[in-house]
Design a protein around this ligand. Structure first.
Ligand SMILES: Cc1ncc(COP(=O)(O)O)c(C=O)c1O
Length: 444
């Protein structure tokens, strides 16, 4: 048989195998299916958060315990979604639960500064080297909007350099050509890890460049770590040109006790925070150089007005503070990230043994499976993978009892152990072996 004929056959087989896996998923989850169908009458697509939607329909989860979740049809899963990294503490941390109960007893909407916000700010300033002052808000999106707007106001310039395929929130979405809902800022796009090209772009736009924003490891963009040289170049060239360097550490600050900028020893001008830092409640934060952040002091001349009804809400402040200071110790942070490295190495070893053209990118407790050959250090090759392979992987891992994301991202929580990692590696290896004939080979 010649190669195109073999490709055609593999192509139609993949459609059939995917359809069969989705049918098994549907048959196994009648209650989730019914709830999803009913919800679609009131919520467009039956959901209110795009990333939680997938084919054939998303499962409805009813409870969580440690690193496990249970769905409406009574199945239990090991959770590797971990709320897209926000669920770092797992589903039932007793210290966070106790702190929340205690806080609720005292009233949660006092409408004034409370006892919790300053002590949380102090802990954040003490831990993250680039944060001299911090402001709280309600989401990572809001944190990035505030940081970018502040950078434009402080510099009196308008342009923003962001990374192709980057993600900084619902209105700062740069994957697959961007979103029509994006903020109308004049964005200029650079290629992640392209040192020479990005430096040239910064210099070209320097006169009107307010900020450069990026994650020190692309999270939503596929868990591509930035090279230290790339970050160091950005630090140098933004200092030379007067642009504000913003590291979005909404996800990546969980990758090391002092954040990823702490690991690299590179202090940006501003850092944005979110997700796990709310301890399970909604959260956003932006911090950085005191001279920038002090413009938010209402008593200062030409102060920036920064509102937000729930900016200091007691539930986020107390859950966030307790998780950050009592649960995420230096030792716990190291353990979860070491377990992540162990899992990523194990998955890559399985891929190597099976001879599949795939790779698991990432660092520590965040990683992403891709069906393209590694190594990969820019987003472009990831766009070339057949989306049906990830879809098949996703449904098959769900059928094997692992709650995973459709895009292949895996986020670990503190209760996830090496034994859990071994179980996932084994299940993934089984998936590779069952579907080996449909997966691209190393030499392909
Ligand atoms: C890097 C990054 N920045 C910002 C955000 C937006 O955070 P939120 O969903 O809390 O608005 C996300 C969310 O996934 C993110 O991954």
């Amino acid at each position: 048989m010649n190669a195109p004929a073999a490709d055609l056959r593999r192509n139609s087989e993949l459609d059939e195998v995917l359809a069969d896996a989705r049918q098994r998923f549907t048959d196994r989850n009648p209650r989730s299916f019914a709830r999803h169908t009913e919800a679609a009458g009131y919520l467009p697509g039956g959901n209110t958060r795009a990333v939680l939607w997938y084919r054939p329909f998303p499962l409805t989860l009813v409870s969580g315990d440690g690193c496990r979740v249970t769905d409406l049809d009574g199945h239990s899963y090991v959770d590797l979604v971990s709320e897209y990294s926000a669920g770092l503490y797992g589903h039932s941390d007793p210290l966070i639960a106790a702190a929340l109960i205690e806080a609720v007893k005292g009233g949660v909407l006092l409408g004034a500064p409370n006892r919790y916000e300053a002590r949380y700010a102090e802990a954040i300033v003490e831990r993250f080297p680039a944060i001299e002052r911090v402001r709280f808000c309600n989401s990572g999106t809001e944190a990035n909007i505030m940081a970018l707007s502040a950078a434009r106001a402080v510099t009196g310039r308008s342009k923003i350099i962001a990374m192709t395929e980057g993600y900084h929130g619902g209105v700062l979405t740069f994957a697959h050509g961007g979103s029509e809902l994006n903020l109308p800022f004049p964005f200029v796009f650079a290629t992640y890890n392209d040192i020479a090209g990005t430096e040239a772009l910064v210099r070209e736009h320097a006169a009107d460049l307010a900020a450069v924003i990026l994650e020190p490891m692309m999270g939503g963009g596929g868990c591509i770590p930035a090279s230290r040289d790339f970050l160091a170049m950005l630090r140098r060239v933004t200092q030379e040109t007067g642009a504000i360097l913003i590291f979005d550490e909404v996800m990546t600050s969980r990758l090391a006790y002092r954040g990823l900028h702490g690991v690299h020893g590179i202090n940006p001008d501003m850092v944005t925070l979110g997700k796990y830092l709310g301890g399970g409640a909604s959260f956003g934060g932006f911090g950085g150089r005191a001279d920038i952040l002090d413009r938010f002091d209402p008593a200062s001349p030409k102060a920036f007005s920064h509102g937000g009804t729930f900016n200091n809400n007691i539930l986020s402040m107390t859950a966030g503070f307790t998780g950050f200071t009592q649960v995420l110790t230096e030792e716990a942070s190291k353990r979860v990230n070491d377990t992540g490295d162990y899992l990523r190495d194990g998955l890559n070893a399985a891929i190597g043994r099976r001879g599949v053209a795939a790779t698991v990118l990432g660092r520590g407790s965040l990683m992403n499976i891709h069906f393209v050959p590694g190594p990969v250090d820019t987003p472009a090759p990831l766009d070339r993978q057949d989306p049906r392979l990830l879809a098949l992987y996703h449904v098959e891992m769900m059928l094997r009892g692992y709650h995973t994301t459709p895009r292949g991202m895996l986020a670990l929580s503190l209760p996830f152990t090496r034994q859990d990692a071994d179980g996932f590696i084994e299940a993934f290896d089984d998936f590779l072996s069952v579907h080996r004939a449909l997966l691209p080979g190393r030499a392909a």
